[in-house]
Design a binder for this molecule. Structure first.
Ligand SMILES: *[C@@H]1O[C@H](CO)[C@@H](O)[C@H](O)[C@H]1NC(C)=O
Ligand SMILES: *[C@@H]1O[C@H](CO)[C@@H](O)[C@H](O)[C@H]1NC(C)=O
Ligand SMILES: *[C@@H]1O[C@H](CO)[C@@H](O)[C@H](O)[C@H]1NC(C)=O
Length: 333
């Protein structure tokens, strides 16, 4: 086996001065997994010194490092996963990933990044990128190469007011997109069309007021869609057309009063309790008939169905919608 032949050489280069296996001060090294972890220690600089050259997985979390450069990472050219959770990173240099041509996972959660340089993700074949809980006001197409292989992108917990269509066009392999906990007011019409492999889309906790009627018409692979905690007060009748694979749909905590007839009909694959409609001010007049009948017919599909309550009209306020009779809804005529 080839690794056996290579062993003496690796030992020579990786043994520290006293013959001990090299490992950066304050870090833990797991040689068999080629993994290094520096967690909750008072590091203020990237731990270059003593970093084993065969490191493939490096975790630096809850430290005070504020910068990371191409020079730092070139000490671990075989790196595949880099987790930089909760440090003090404020910026990345444009070439930071140039020396790590195998890097597929980069997690920058919980830093102080407000912007990134153009082409920053061009050098590595990233499939998973997490930029959660930073300070970004914009996501830019120029960060990514045209042929990006990303399947997982998490931009949640930033200050994004929008996502450029040009950025999504560069990410045709995306399977999971998390834009929750931002300030999105609108998703541009057609901007999701290139994401034909998308399975999970999280738009929870934004400021969406309305959605384009054809927004999801090309994303037929979506199984999980979270629209929870926005300001949606109406949904277009054809919004869910084509979403026959959808299993989980979160619509709770919006301003929905009515559903247009037919809205939920395309959703033939919903999980038990897969649809959450709670926390909306349903108006239980005659126009609630479609939703009321859907809930009768699809018992068990709605999460905590008995807590889907009428906000109005006054005589029905606070009543559970599925428990109302035809008479109470004035449906008999
Ligand atoms: C990485 O190098 C160290 C030091 O020579 C060695 O003990 C370890 O087995 C290597 N790990 C892998 C996964 O190759
Ligand atoms: C790390 O930063 C925290 C606060 O941001 C500070 O209290 C602490 O002293 C710093 N530690 C070191 C080793 O610099
Ligand atoms: C679903 O994704 C597969 C690849 O995973 C793709 O080939 C197919 O075209 C997609 N389906 C639709 C309806 O877009």
């Amino acid at each position: 086996m080839a690794p056996r032949l290579a062993l003496p050489l690796l030992c020579l280069t990786l043994l520290g001065p006293g013959g001990a296996l090299a490992c950066p001060p304050l870090c833990k090294c797991y040689p068999r997994r080629a993994e290094v972890v520096c967690a909750e220690v008072p590091l203020t600089q990237f731990p270059s010194e003593g970093l084993p050259a065969n490191t493939t997985l490096l975790t630096i979390q809850y430290t005070n490092i504020s910068a990371i450069s191409e020079h730092h990472l070139s000490a671990a050219p075989l790196l595949e996963g880099l987790h930089l959770y909760s440090n003090h990173l404020r910026s990345l240099s444009p070439d930071v990933l140039r020396g790590v041509p195998r890097l597929h996972t980069l997690d920058l959660t919980g830093n102080l990044l407000a912007d990134l340089p153009a082409d920053v993700f061009r050098h590595a074949p990233l499939t998973t990128l997490v930029l959660k809980n930073n300070l970004m006001e914009e996501a830019k197409a120029e960060w990514f190469p045209d042929d990006s292989s990303l399947t997982w992108l998490d931009l949640s917990g930033n200050r994004l007011a929008g996502v450029p269509a040009a950025l999504l066009r560069k990410l045709p392999h995306l399977e999971s997109l998390d834009l929750s906990h931002n300030r999105l007011e609108k998703i541009q019409a057609r901007s999701l069309d290139p994401l034909i492999k998308l399975e999970r889309l999280n738009l929870q906790r934004n400021k969406l007021v309305s959605l384009d009627p054809a927004l999801f018409h090309h994303t037929a692979n979506i199984t999980n869609l979270y629209l929870t905690d926005n300001r949606l007060d109406k949904l277009p009748p054809s919004l869910f057309r084509g979403l026959g694979k959808l299993r989980v749909l979160g619509l709770e905590d919006n301003q929905l009063r009515h559903f247009p007839p037919g809205l939920l009909d395309p959703l033939s694959s919903l999980d038990e309790e897969g649809l959450d409609l709670t926390g909306n001010p349903w108006l239980c007049d005659r126009k609630v008939e479609y939703l009321w009948r859907w809930l009768q017919k699809n018992k068990g599909k709605a999460f905590l169905a008995e807590t889907i309550r009428c906000a109005a009209p006054l005589p029905l306020a606070g009543r559970s919608l599925p428990s109302l009779s035809e008479g109470e809804l004035n449906l008999e005529s």
